[in-house]
Write a protein that binds this ligand. Structure first.
Ligand SMILES: [Zn+2]
Length: 328
């Protein structure tokens, strides 16, 4: 999977948005896990309580039986294995947060807050105006194609904008010709920096997003949110705090600084630069968290005894680091 984390996350939104049903945490395939976790972070997906009454026996994997509560624990009574614990995780499920999606799409079109969101029918909303024309959001194209009256109700005098995922009708270029201008979610919108952007037909915002990850300051992107390590093809995305620490170190020009100076320049409350790179036990092995730590280890030089931090020599480019060496 070579998609960026953002692109993979947006693809997952488009895919999940169509059904409108929840999906179980356990059923998330490993290749989608990183994208899913990114969506959880962005609050693009929300947990739902699922009233699941049956569970598969976690012991033999053969029998399904009703779930019951035994003191604090959930169990199922397997006819062969007896009472078997059911992990709460098995019952955790997710849905795309429709309020999040509508809010982000409205922002992509700069819809003013006084324009209301109107639910036209199940799975179809009018989310505001773009270029003085109503924008409809639907879970699937067929919700509209099966009920032409819905299109008519969303439409005033003019042709509508229509946002839906593309998948169901691959190959059909303009299934709603005449009735609406169709904006397939996968093609005309991107997710970046927690926001959804509209790609105008003439420009490609997608290229811009990729370009913004390209190294500008040494291995860092222009906004320090991305870093590309030597010998690695893809850039690593950093959190805001991680980017602030590395930017501060960059601004110190490779000179060693005490931790509190670095952190105050970064505008952070933690004690030491490493604090914002530490990988919590539950994120061990997750590239989303391990990547920034790897970058930190490769790029930051610590003097334990003096308690000072600097970018490793060479990070700022040979010319600059030798100039700094002469100065110090
Ligand atoms: Zn069993």
């Amino acid at each position: 999977m070579n998609l960026s984390r953002n692109a993979a996350a947006w693809e997952l939104v488009c895919q999940r948005w169509q059904s409108g049903h929840h999906w179980f945490d356990d059923a998330i395939p490993p290749v989608q896990r990183t994208a899913h976790e990114h969506l959880v972070e962005l609050k693009a997906v929300k947990p739902v309580a699922v009233n699941q009454q049956f569970a598969l026996c976690g012991h033999c994997g053969l029998h399904t039986a009703p779930i019951f509560r035994d003191k604090a624990a959930l169990r199922m009574q397997c006819p062969e294995c007896g009472p078997v614990a059911v992990a709460a995780r098995d019952l955790k499920a997710w849905v795309v947060d429709e309020e999040w999606l509508i809010r982000k799409l409205r922002a992509a079109f700069s819809v003013p807050t006084h324009q209301e969101v109107v639910r036209i029918t199940a799975g179809v909303w009018r989310i505001g105006l773009h270029q003085r024309t109503a924008v409809l959001l639907a879970r699937r194209l067929d919700l509209l194609l099966q009920q032409p009256s819905v299109l008519a109700r969303g439409r005033g005098e003019t042709v509508l904008w229509l946002i839906t995922p593309k998948r169901l009708r691959e190959g059909d270029d303009d299934p709603v010709a005449g009735a609406a201008r169709w904006l397939p979610m996968e093609e005309r919108f991107t997710l970046y920096g927690g926001n959804v952007s509209f790609i105008d037909a003439d420009t490609s915002r997608g290229d811009e997003a990729i370009a913004s990850a390209d190294p500008v300051y040494g291995p860092f992107s222009a906004d320090f949110r991305w870093v590309r390590l030597q010998g690695e093809g893809a850039s690593i995305e950093l959190s805001e705090a991680q980017a602030a620490v590395l930017k501060a170190l960059w601004e110190f020009g490779g000179q060693s600084q005490e931790a509190h100076l670095v952190m105050s320049r970064a505008g952070l409350a933690s004690d030491k630069p490493i604090d914002v790179f530490k990988v919590k036990a539950q994120h061990k092995g997750n590239e989303r968290y391990e990547g920034p730590l790897r970058a930190y280890k490769a790029l930051v030089k610590t003097n334990q005894r003096a308690g000072t931090y600097a970018l490793a020599p060479g990070v700022m480019g040979a010319a600059i680091s030798s100039a700094v060496a002469t100065l110090s």
